[in-house]
Design a protein around this ligand. Structure first.
Ligand SMILES: [Zn+2]
Ligand SMILES: [Zn+2]
Length: 331
């Protein structure tokens, strides 16, 4: 199947349709992926992270434990999805955007194997950079250097934590658009982001298969809690979300077959188009900054034609510039 067309959430319709928005929130936004990331993030904070006071003085073992927790979460969730779709091939190529399977024996990938390359960058770099950010933020919280809003303080603080949990998603979207746009500047693209774009045909492990410099930018989103009063739980939630949510979005399958022939939402058409066409869709549909800044590609034939046309014009302009430079040098 092709990638199909991108649908904008009803949040941006004018006049507003509150009922459609509420239905979208419950049935699309929270169910099932974001709901799962909230549950995993809360569980990771409650049961899989050393207690906050252990971060009060810098301790390598606490960082190592957070790193190992990240590795285990990725192996179970990202590895599980990869195994289900690409090793067991449980649904064949049904709902798959690209008929081809992942690359084996091709040079741009480490070990000449796309999956091994992607697993390497995810476990060796993403999990480590995330553990360093998390431990540093938890050190600040443990030393009372950041204002903490207790989750279980009162009904008000509980409501605040719940609102901030939901607000994390659009805030991370804006951060993602900004750092992704930056990574597409020629120098940063060459040094760092090209590693992620080796993956044109993508799989679950491609999600955070990035250069360490890109990890430093991409995983820096929880630094927003230096400014926004929050709770250390939100740091763990944000980082586990950043590590895990790209797995389904890069899975290469639009929908997953579940029991009884039913399907649930799978890959992210919008970001899959970014991997295919490269100079569009830098952000997400949740906060459609691409629409506001003119790089929105919804997968339609018209959008494809407009992008081809834009590329042709850019190539002609660059060729003209090069010719002018050459003749200026010769005179
Ligand atoms: Zn990119
Ligand atoms: Zn990507």
């Amino acid at each position: 199947m092709g990638i199909g067309e991108v649908v904008l959430p009803p949040l941006y319709e004018r006049p507003p349709r509150p009922l459609a928005m509420a239905r979208w929130l419950a049935t699309t936004f929270l169910w099932w992926q974001n709901g799962l990331w909230i549950v995993v993030g809360a569980a990771a904070w409650l049961w899989l992270t050393p207690p906050l006071d252990r971060f009060a003085s810098p301790a390598a073992w606490a960082v190592v434990l957070v790193y190992l927790r990240n590795v285990v979460l990725m192996v179970v969730i990202v590895g599980g999805l990869h195994w289900w779709l690409y090793v067991r091939r449980s649904q064949g190529t049904q709902h798959k955007y690209d008929e081809r399977w992942l690359s084996v024996g091709r040079r741009p990938f480490l070990f000449r194997n796309q999956t091994r390359d992607n697993v390497f960058w995810s476990l060796a770099s993403a999990c480590a950079v995330a553990a360093l950010y998390e431990s540093s933020m938890l050190w600040l919280y443990a030393n009372d250097l950041l204002p903490t809003v207790p989750v279980r303080g009162s009904l008000g603080t509980l409501a605040y934590a719940a609102a901030l949990t939901l607000a994390m998603f659009p805030l991370v979207s804006v951060h993602f658009y900004a750092n992704h746009r930056l990574l597409h500047t020629p120098r940063l693209y060459r040094w760092a982001h090209s590693l992620h774009h080796r993956n044109v045909n993508i799989g679950p492990w491609s999600g955070v298969s990035m250069h360490p410099l890109e990890h430093l930018l991409y995983l820096s989103a929880p630094l927003m809690f230096l400014l926004i009063p929050a709770n250390p739980y939100l740091v763990t939630l944000t980082l586990t979300y950043l590590l895990l949510s790209p797995a389904p979005s890069h899975s290469g399958f639009d929908r997953y077959l579940v029991a009884g022939g039913r399907t649930v939402a799978g890959g992210d058409r919008f970001h899959t188009l970014h991997h295919r066409y490269f100079d569009c869709n830098y952000g997400t549909t949740l906060v459609p900054m691409d629409k506001w800044f003119g790089t929105w590609h919804d997968g339609s034939d018209e959008a494809r034609a407009a992008f081809t046309d834009r590329r042709r014009r850019l190539a002609a302009r660059n060729a003209g510039r090069r010719r002018a430079d050459r003749s200026a040098r010769q005179t």
